[in-house]
Design a protein around this ligand. Structure first.
Ligand SMILES: NC(=O)c1ccc[n+]([C@@H]2O[C@H](COP(=O)([O-])OP(=O)(O)OC[C@H]3O[C@@H](n4cnc5c(N)ncnc54)[C@H](O)[C@@H]3O)[C@@H](O)[C@H]2O)c1
Ligand SMILES: O=C(O)C(=O)C[C@]1(C(=O)O)C=C[C@@H](O)C=C1
Length: 366
């Protein structure tokens, strides 16, 4: 009998994990979510084998349980699971963006016969929900595990082996070190992006040109301001002290550059940009083969031979390049969903209008 994997919270991250596990053919993948429509969509897209709305049923025979709900939900979920009947030796892990407090909180699982290992895939998107799930989301990305000191090595190895299906690079880290580092490279940047966006939004109330002229630079630095507000509220709250410390460093840096500008310290200003450029330029690019989840278009297609060819021909004739194409589900007599990725927003927009005008039902995902 196949081992059972339960995904609690079948959204972007849970759904992307689920696809990898399901497509391996080695596991039975069950989804649980508080939103029934997410489960229905997950089943329709073929992301999970089956969705259940009852947590008791979801965890009962599970060999591996993934908690991929928002960070603020994890503690209550863990408390509930602890009271339920679960398999002895089950490996429970999460995908939450913060790790320190959670790992401390979960040490009590061990005495109940379950192993908890904190986890955090360092890949994602500003999009939410299972419709944005992507089989290749984690490919080449780092996936951090933060096992507590009492978790046996063979248990960690077993989880690593399962996660290798995602083709992520799995590393282990101290949970508080994780929060420190990820606070600086992920959590704090979301504050900056939102702050900058709010500042410009305020100006644009008086003058429409702010939003009309907002081009590449502004859009690049503020892409993540489109992220899910509830998710980011939870993350900041659960990494509170790190955020406060980073803000102090930011204020110091900000005072310095403003001082340079007001004193017209031209050399220092140039050096400020040069050192940033040098560090930015040596950051590794995302590995080859990984999808850029940004410019995706979804198209409902009937399961007729040649339908993909018709769509790609239409795009090709209009000289719109595609970077990837994926069938999210094709079963007999059932409408399938085609996901086509484009290089930029302009291509995406043109393709959307073209396909719509040709009678296809096309949509973007939040
Ligand atoms: N989005 C990212 O870029 C990213 C990357 C890595 C890790 N994470 C972390 O992964 C987790 C999931 O993020 P996501 O982007 O997939 O969010 P998402 O909103 O796409 O999915 C979360 C899912 O959890 C469900 N949910 C909410 N409360 C629940 C509960 N009490 N029980 C069961 N299901 C519940 C929601 O209905 C939703 O389907 C978060 O903890 C987040 O911090 C996110
Ligand atoms: O690419 C994005 O939109 C993300 O915000 C992904 C991102 C990140 O900050 O890099 C966000 C949260 C996660 O916990 C991990 C990854």
């Amino acid at each position: 009998m196949k081992k059972k994997i339960t995904i609690i919270g079948v959204g972007l991250i849970g759904g992307s994990l689920a696809i990898n596990f399901k497509n391996s053919g080695q596991y039975q993948v069950i989804g649980y979510d508080v939103k029934e429509h997410q489960l229905q969509m997950a089943e329709k897209l073929g992301v999970i084998h089956r969705g259940v709305m009852d947590l008791r049923e979801a965890v009962r025979d599970s060999d591996y349980t993934f908690l991929s709900a928002p960070v603020g939900q994890l503690y209550d979920l863990l408390d509930t699971i602890l009271e339920l009947k679960f398999k002895q030796g089950v490996i429970i892990t999460d995908t939450g963006s913060t790790k320190g407090k959670l790992v401390e909180y979960t040490s009590k699982f061990l005495e109940k016969g379950a192993y908890f290992i904190g986890g955090h895939p360092m890949a994602g998107s500003h999009k939410s929900g299972v419709s944005a799930a992507n089989e290749r989301l984690f490919e080449n990305a780092y996936y951090v595990l933060t096992p507590g000191p009492n978790i046996p090595k063979w248990v960690v190895d077993e989880l690593i082996s399962l996660l290798s299906l995602t083709r992520a690079k799995i590393i282990q880290m101290d949970p508080y070190e994780h929060d420190q580092v990820v606070g600086a490279i992920s959590h704090f940047p979301h504050i900056i992006a939102a702050l900058l966006t709010n500042q410009v939004a305020e100006y644009s109330e008086q003058n429409k040109w702010y939003s009309r002229l907002a081009a590449g630079g502004f859009k690049d630095i503020t892409r993540i301001a489109s992220s899910n507000p509830e998710m980011w509220r939870d993350i900041l709250i659960h990494n509170q002290q790190v955020m406060i410390d980073l803000a102090e460093d930011w204020k110091r840096g900000f005072d310095q550059i403003i001082q340079m500008v007001s004193q017209l310290e031209v050399q220092a200003i140039e050096e400020f940009f040069r050192s940033a450029r040098d560090f930015r330029n040596q950051l590794p690019e995302k590995g080859k083969g990984a999808l850029n989840p940004l410019y995706d278009l979804f198209i409902d297609v009937p399961d007729h031979p040649g339908v993909i060819g018709k769509v790609t021909t239409l795009l090709g004739e209009a000289e719109i390049s595609i970077t990837n194409i994926q069938i999210l589900e094709i079963r007999e007599d059932i409408m399938g969903v085609l996901r086509i990725s484009f290089r930029n927003e302009n291509d995406l927009e043109r393709a959307k209008n073209l396909l719509k005008d040709s009678g296809y039902h096309v949509y973007l995902m939040e």
